[in-house]
Structure formats: C-alpha cells, structure tokens
Design a protein around this ligand. Structure first.
Ligand code: GLN
Length: 319
C-alpha cells in the first residue's frame, strides 16, 4: 500500500479534523441566496489514495455545487482533446495576482490562466466549439458532465438548477469579463457568446459531495487513471499541466502563499469546497462553507497547513 499504516494515518487525519472544526472564522458566500443558505457548521474531509484506500469524516454526503473546482476539470478535458499548444494560444499560465473575477487580461490580452473566471470562460468556449458541430448544447453538456463523472469513478453528479439560474442572474461581472474578452478577440471562432456563458454557469452548478470530489482528486493524483474504476480518463501529460496550474494559480490570490506553505496543487470554490492533490499518493476533498477574505475555505486551508506539519507531503519536503 502507498500508505502502509493507514489506520494510524487516519487517526492523525481525525485529530486534524477536530482541531479545524473549532475554527469558526470566515463567512459563507452570500452573492446568491442558494449559497448563503449553507450551514457554516458543515465540515467534511474525504481521502482516497491512488491504490483505493478511503477515509471520510464529517459532512461528506452533503451535496454542494462544485463552482470553481470545475475549472481544473474542464481545463483537463480541453487539454486532453485539443493538446496544450492549442489551448494555450487562448489562455496563459501566469498567476494574475488579482481577484478571481477581476476585469483584467495579461500583456497579450489573453486571460492569465484557466483557474480564474476569465480563463475558465475561455476554456468553456473552447470545449463548446471543439465538440462536433452536430452536437446540440444538451449533448455538449452531457458529454462534459459524463467526463466529470468518469473522473469521479462513474458516480452520478447532480445539477443544481436553482444555483444555475441565480448564477446567471447575478453575473454582471462575469458578463463584463466576457464582453471585455470579446472586445479583445479572445474567443475561438464560431463562439456563441450567450451559450458559452451559460455553459460556464452550468459547470459551476454541477453538484457533488465531498466523497465524490475526493475521487476526482485521486484520479489527478494517479496521473489520470481513476483508482476506483481503474479507467484511464485523462492523459498523464494533461494531468501534469492541470496540476502545475493548480499549484501556481488554484487558490485565488492566496496561491503563492499556499504553494509556499503547503506545497500541493489545490483548487478552491466559493461553495467552500477544496480539491487537493498529493501527487502519486492521494486525493482529498475538504468541504466547509465559511470563506476567508480571499475566497478560500477557512477550515480547508487550515487543514492543509496542519497536514503538512504532520506529514512530509509538501512538494519540497523530501530533499
Ligand atoms: N460561480 C462563481 C463565479 O463565477 C464561481 C467562482 C468561484 O468559485 N470562485 O463567480
């Protein structure tokens, strides 16, 4: 086994879990009522190793929308189907150093990276235009959702229509980003602007739980092969690129500090979910709605910081 003393390991995880449970910092996202309603007390931790050992604790079956945790996944699909060269003619690889929804492009007038809203909207437009033109919007959505489900070991994902409708209604900033990019010709040819924006909101509104997302993280940890279904879902070179950008850009404007202190590729979302990868070891999902000022789950970040104090998971621990 990749973690031989799994019982002992789980006991340590449990200790960290309870320690973080006491953390009552942060505020639940309130830009739409459907998120505001989530209990600040929810706290779940799920772990799946690359050889399929599992440990879950707390609120691991509560459904939540994956929000920005969808960004590395859609980026992964785009890489797999189009290759990195094509994808990166449309989007950069640089941390933006700004908020995730800031109205800003890089020096080449491209979005900085696929982990922030502007970049993720472009990835959605790429997915939309590269799927065969005979496919309807519904089929494109189904295809994408099915890809996400395969990453999760063929578990069923949900779709939260109320969140989707609210996202679309409260999306002035995302539309502004979209139009700003349209002005600068960032979109691939034949993009249907409105459909592309909807597709972005739909990806954010996919519903999962902590257990399910931890399997997705484990698939990334395992180079694209799902440890539960043993299906090869993504190419290893796609996963390498996904993890690289999660490492440098996955935690909003805390990404630099997170890379320094924790040293693991991760992606957070406004629902309070965090998808964390320990490459070649395991995937984790941490779920707790209260967010810090930068938009990351307070308990989630604390958990990661405690985890690397206890175990040498930081990328540069084993020198
Ligand atoms: N739906 C959110 C938005 O586009 C997702 C962003 C996030 O999770 N940070 O604003």
């Amino acid at each position: 086994f990749i973690i031989p003393e799994f019982q002992e390991f789980s006991k340590n995880i449990e200790e960290i879990y309870w320690k973080c449970k006491e953390n009552t910092n942060g505020k639940v996202a309130s830009y739409i009522p459907q998120l505001k309603r989530m209990s600040p007390d929810y706290w779940g931790v799920s772990i799946v190793t690359i050889d399929g050992q599992r440990f879950s604790l707390g609120d691991v079956n509560i459904p939540f929308t994956i929000q920005s945790c969808s960004k590395p996944l859609s980026y992964g699909i785009a890489l797999d189907l189009l290759g990195a060269d094509v994808v990166h003619t449309y989007v950069g690889q640089e941390p933006s150093g700004r908020n995730f929804n800031e109205l800003i492009l890089d020096h080449n007038k491209k979005p900085h990276n696929p982990m922030i809203n502007a970049g993720a909207i472009i990835i959605c437009s790429l997915l939309k235009t590269m799927y065969s033109p005979e496919m309807s919007s519904a089929e494109k959505f189904d295809f994408t959702m099915n890809f996400f489900e395969r990453l999760a070991g063929n578990e069923d994902l949900g779709f939260n229509n109320a969140v989707f409708l609210s996202e679309r209604e409260c999306a002035d900033r995302n539309y502004a980003l979209g139009f700003y990019m349209k002005e600068h010709k960032c979109f691939p040819q034949h993009t249907k602007f409105g459909e592309c924006m909807d597709f972005y909101f739909q990806c954010c509104s996919l519903e999962a739980n902590c257990d399910l997302v931890s399997v997705m993280a484990a698939t990334l940890a395992n180079g694209g092969i799902c440890p539960i279904s043993e299906e090869k879902v993504l190419k290893p070179e796609s996963v390498r690129d996904v993890l690289s950008l999660m490492h440098s850009c996955g935690m909003y404007d805390y990404s630099g500090q997170f890379a320094f202190k924790v040293g693991l590729p991760a992606k957070s979302g406004v629902s309070g979910a965090m998808l964390v990868v320990v490459p070649n070891v395991m995937g984790m999902c941490l779920y707790s709605p209260p967010l810090d000022a930068l938009g990351n789950s307070c308990r989630g970040v604390q958990f990661c910081e405690e985890l690397v104090k206890k175990f040498n998971f930081h990328r540069y621990d084993n020198l």
